[in-house]
Design a protein. Structure first.
Length: 115
């Protein structure tokens, strides 16, 4: 179970890396690459999967549900912003991309700092 969890964790981190990298490289001119949507959905789905795996496993520690709730809300906000940006490209500005990048960094920081 630990190996499966570590594989899913790797995919989760790669999803967030795709979101952050895609947003940062497309700040000028402001546009949202479609790969960012795939990265956000990958991070969201794998995050939910990791919570399920950790909750089922005896060898992994129980997840902190308050932390998971905060991360889920932030991930849903990022995904919603990305969906809006993909469906309505005229709304994408540098500030819009900055909001996505900032929320992505916040999500990673919550995971790393909150113990």
């Amino acid at each position: 179970m630990k190996l499966l969890f570590d594989i899913v964790l790797t995919l989760h981190l790669l999803g967030w890396a795709i979101v952050l990298g895609g947003v940062l490289v497309s700040m000028r001119p402001p546009k949202l690459p479609k790969g960012v949507l795939h990265g956000a959905l990958t991070a969201l789905v794998t995050g939910i999967l990791m919570v399920g795996l950790a909750d089922m496993s005896d060898e992994l520690r129980d997840p902190d549900m308050a932390k998971i709730a905060v991360k889920l809300v932030v991930a849903l906000c990022v995904t919603a912003l990305v969906l809006v940006g993909v469906r309505q490209p005229e709304r994408v500005t540098t500030r819009f991309l900055g909001a996505i990048a900032g929320l992505t960094v916040l999500n990673v920081a919550v995971a790393a700092i909150w113990r």
